[in-house]
Design a protein around this ligand. Sequence first.
Ligand code: SF4
Length: 378
Amino acid sequence: MKLPRPLSHSSITLYNECPQKYKFRYVDAIPEKPRYFFSFGRSVHSALEFFYGVKTALPPTLDELFKSYKETWVVEGYRDQSQEIEYFEEGKRILKAFHEKHSKDYHTPEGVEYDLSFEVEGVPVRGIIDRVDRLPDGRLAVVDYKTGKKLKVGRLEADAQLTMYQMLCESTLKAEVGELIFYHLPTLVEHRTTRRGAQLVDELKARIVATAEAITKEKFDPKPDEMVCRWCDYKPICPIFKDQYAGVAMAPAKAAGEPELARLVDAYGEAAAKVELAKKEAEKAGKELAAMLKKKGYVRAFGTGYEVSLGSAVKWEFLDKKKVLEIIKKAGVYDAVLAPSAPLVTKLVEEGKDADLRARLTELGERVESPELKLKPL
Ligand code: SF4
């Protein structure tokens, strides 16, 4: 087979981590789940692309930088809104500090998000470099931004990504690289090293050629590793874990193979997305309406097609549930307040330690299984 796409640092790393995972990702084109740390990194990178990409002698103002950051913020992959807000604010903190520091030494780089391609012994290779600067002696400095909380500085001297970027720059821009930089954005520390020697470059070239050869020969054996498999999105369809997922039939990898199935999946997804949007809109309109009714002192109002009344619902929330139970038991009203709820009884049937009780409850109940769909956007 042909290479599905030019090799990059990340695809070579992925292949060497697990060839089967590479196949799922790049040959079968099954996307992985969005991850918040990738979204966060992309958002901050885009803002810095704006900062250095404006093609003026003056840097953008902080407000302009924040505006661009907000407009290109990537929302996918966050656990919930509070985590997204936390990271959004962290990004603003980083950008504010970056702006303060680098407005003073502002310069026009040689390139930002520089998309470069070349060939190693006929193997196409591609890389997108965060920033390339021109050093005073005419050589180039390669800058790779890092947004993770911690940076393993030991990587700097041998990291294959920087070696790859040096090769890309030197073969396409026809200038020597003088410095390689990991720029750790959360701390604004630039970790610098000098250009790679011939040995590391030759090792990487050999690795590129060997990886391309293995891919074209379709060597896609799984390479299980506890830590890697643990976070692998392809586990449910991986041959190594087929026993664990026995009986769970997997859908074909590509929608093209099952057009009717794909149509139904999309119809279901689109309808569910509309419901979700409508729910959010109703919630927002409801809040605005309640606030207006309160402000005007009305308890009832009419539209042309609907009538609405303003009531109030009161509920109690108890944080220390144990203490509440203790007090209720002491008061002798335990039986009166704790009606058996369905989830509670289900838990007793499925996980209860008292086998006799489990058997008696099982006799009384009926296990009803109904299909449940979990939806995620592609
Ligand atoms: S589950 Fe493990 S062995 Fe299977 S594809 Fe993922 S990383 Fe490879």
